[in-house]
Design a protein around this ligand. Structure first.
Ligand SMILES: [Ca+2]
Ligand SMILES: [Ca+2]
Length: 268
């Protein structure tokens, strides 16, 4: 009898210690302003904020994503438009943007240095906040990732790693009001001391390109915007476990993650 009580005590203490270490809800889902998983075949926002996107100029949602379906961009004129909103404007001072990208190398440059870049996430049309991949007009820097804003000081920054190799890479841009940080595949690619706010009032958000230029060539998946600067561990959790799992949108067991899409969950 005493033995059983001791065993129960040990198990209770172990549980109290271990359960917090295995919490999957490391990211507060209330800080997710827009979440675009593409698994319903469209650009609906899974965050609950109604920041649904519109497919422009033939942009498609296709199979072959990093998780389920993905956004497909033609490198010519495709992009997604998300209309400005109060919730999107809540990212002015603190921000995280994340995306999986599978981008091809573009051909010869045309239209100067920047028009052939591959935009991932942009609050624009005045370059208020960008996560951008350099195109052929950038010469030897093609494929490197740029983050920044016309409103920040300093404005722009790009890291050493190229991502236009037609393989999946996870990108994240965080800003906490004092430092901008670019993560590639969960590791810091570059950071920089920075001041000012983004100034995103009235700015539409564009995914995969912008109206007129910087159109991506390839696939994007699991894109999201937060109004807080996520920590590196959060970004790695999102990369490894998927946005749906980390935000509590999908079951957390590995088997379910592999075999069940968000679309299936929603239909149940
Ligand atoms: Ca098109
Ligand atoms: Ca997906």
């Amino acid at each position: 009898m005493i033995k059983n009580w001791i065993m129960l005590l040990v198990l209770t203490v172990l549980g109290a210690v271990l359960i917090p270490l295995h919490s999957f809800a490391a990211v507060d889902s209330a800080t997710a302003i827009g979440v675009w998983l593409f698994d319903d075949g469209d650009v609906s926002d899974s965050s609950g904020n109604g920041n649904d996107g519109e497919l422009m100029n033939g942009a498609e949602v296709t199979d072959g994503g990093k998780w389920g379906m993905a956004l497909s961009l033609d490198g010519d004129d495709d992009y997604v438009n998300v209309a400005s909103s109060d919730t999107l404007e809540s990212t002015a001072a603190e921000y995280t943007g994340v995306a999986w990208v599978k981008l091809q190398r573009k051909g010869d440059p045309h239209g100067g240095c920047c028009n052939d870049d591959q935009m991932v996430i942009a609050f624009t049309t005045n370059w208020n906040n960008i996560l951008n991949v350099f195109g052929p007009g950038r010469g030897g820097n093609q494929g490197k990732v740029e983050v920044g804003s016309r409103e920040l000081n300093p404005r722009w920054l790009f890291g050493p790693t190229a991502v236009n190799d037609d393989a999946w890479h996870h990108l994240a841009f965080t800003y906490d009001g004092t430092k901008k940080i670019l993560y590639i595949d969960g590791e810091v690619d570059i950071d920089q001391d920075t001041t000012n706010d983004f100034g995103v009032t009235g700015a539409d958000v564009h995914l995969g390109g912008t109206p007129g230029n910087r159109i991506a060539l390839g696939l994007m998946d699991e894109m999201a915007i937060f109004n807080v600067p996520l920590e590196q561990a959060d970004i790695q959790n999102i990369m490894n476990d998927g946005l749906g799992s980390v935000l509590g949108l999908t079951p957390v067991t590995p088997l379910d993650r592999l075999t069940t899409t968000w679309a299936n969950i929603k239909s149940q």
